[in-house]
Design a binder for this molecule. Structure first.
Ligand code: ATP
Ligand code: MG
Length: 392
């Protein structure tokens, strides 16, 4: 039996004149993502995207992949039938036979996109519903709370039968709102922050600050793995690994311990901004959450944000750790994030970090460092990795 996915788009429908560009982006994203999974034809008609599932393709893997693509609100996995009552009923009986065998109540719902079809939606539902009720007497018709709803969609070329939609990933197609750089540590919060902004239509590039040998090769591998998991949602996302050891050593040598973390975070933002601009990004994203640690108080964020001009998005700023963890579990990054490899932030952590930093003290301390040269050297030494697409 030939199967198809009918994908219903979300917010892009609202986009008036830009709609065509949005739809093209989404179609392109779906085709590119599915290339890794199976050979299927993808096209669009009247705001519905069709993914035609090939004979031997792994339909479950296709559904799983599509369910992570932003810009899709609903996914119906359906069987294709001829546009005749006989074919529609017969296909429904065959396609939904397990569900028909166990359901105690049912109803039929029909949507007629092709107005040339000679019966109304209600007539189709009544006719096929009556036949099914007669044939499968254990299933009682129930219009309000049926266990099984048999949906027919009659469209231009074919009719389709399915038993209901599942939720898509929502959001806007990746790339429709430009590109931004996510500062990706090995922790729980930053992958979630990246996921959230990608959901708003941003294409991402990831930046990781790496302090070898204070942080190990395993810590870097963990970040690559996180990036690979994220690509199921974000699509292609280069990972820029910045050599950060020298900067940390210089700060430790020349600056007061209580300012260490803030000065380090200011370096991260400066370097991230340069790399972001080089990569064509219009913003930075971090996983900061207000008050979570000393460097995430409001005054601390003012000090770290002050070094860059690009907008800094902090999508988890108002979320509790528990809420962030819930998303991390849903997107599959949590188990990797909690692996015990240290992050460069935990190396040289001051015993008494300053939570109410004074800008003049920071500026004073930075005079002891050749900031521009250190930034340029780090940017030049940055390695670019292309994380593999990872279907979960
Ligand atoms: P996370 O769970 O994302 O690591 P965190 O609670 O550990 O966050 P911090 O270590 O203070 O918080 O880092 C705050 C943000 O700074 C991170 O969410 C991330 O965006 C960025 N960041 C921190 N360390 C690094 C790093 N080594 N490489 C890239 N970005 C980093
Ligand atoms: Mg961290």
């Amino acid at each position: 039996m030939k199967e198809v996915l009918l994908l219903k788009c979300g917010e892009i429908i609202l986009k008036g004149l830009n709609r065509k560009a949005f739809e093209d982006k989404l179609l392109g994203n779906i085709k590119r993502r599915l290339k890794h999974v199976a050979d299927c034809e993808v096209n669009m008609r009247q705001s519905v995207i069709y993914v035609w599932i090939g004979e031997n393709a792994d339909a479950d893997a296709i559904v799983d992949t599509v369910s992570k693509i932003f810009g899709i609100n609903l996914i119906c996995r359906a069987a294709v039938c001829e546009k005749t009552l006989e074919s529609m009923q017969q296909t429904a009986e065959e396609y939904l036979k397990d569900k028909i065998a166990t359901a105690h109540s049912f109803k039929v719902e029909t949507k007629r996109g092709d107005k040339r079809f000679p019966m109304t939606s209600i007539q189709v539902s009544q006719k096929i519903g009556g036949e099914l009720a007669y044939k499968y007497q254990h299933m009682k018709p129930n219009m309000h709370t049926p266990e099984l709803t048999v949906y027919f969609e009659i469209r231009d070329e074919y009719a389709f039968v399915h038993s209901g939609a599942v939720a898509g990933a929502g959001g806007m197609p990746v790339g429709t709102n430009g590109k931004a750089a996510i500062l990706l540590s090995g922790g729980i919060d930053s992958p979630v922050a990246g996921y959230m902004m990608s959901k708003r239509g941003l294409e991402l590039c990831a930046i990781h600050f790496f302090s070898y040998p204070y942080t190990s090769e395993r810590a870097k591998e963990k970040v690559i793995e996180l990036a690979e998991i994220m690509t199921a949602y974000t699509g292609r996302m280069p990972l820029l690994v910045v050599p950060f050891t020298k900067i940390q050593e210089q700060i430790r040598e020349h600056c007061h311990e209580e300012l260490f973390t803030l000065i380090m975070r200011r370096f991260m933002m400066r370097i991230a901004e340069k790399l972001a601009i080089r990569e064509g990004c219009g913003g930075l994203i971090t996983g900061e959450s207000l008050g979570q640690v000393a460097s995430q108080t409001m005054p601390a964020m003012a000090v770290t944000g002050a070094v860059c001009e690009l907008p800094v998005f902090r999508p988890v700023i108002g979320m509790d750790k528990e809420e962030i963890i819930k998303i991390a579990r849903k997107i599959g990054t949590f188990e990797t994030s909690i692996l015990p490899y240290e992050d460069c932030c935990t190396v040289f952590t001051p015993k008494h970090p300053n939570t109410k930093p004074k800008m003049f003290k920071i500026l004073e301390a930075e005079k002891n460092l050749d900031v521009d040269a250190l930034v340029d050297e780090a940017v030049e030494g940055t390695e670019v990795i292309y994380p593999k697409f990872k279907a979960l």
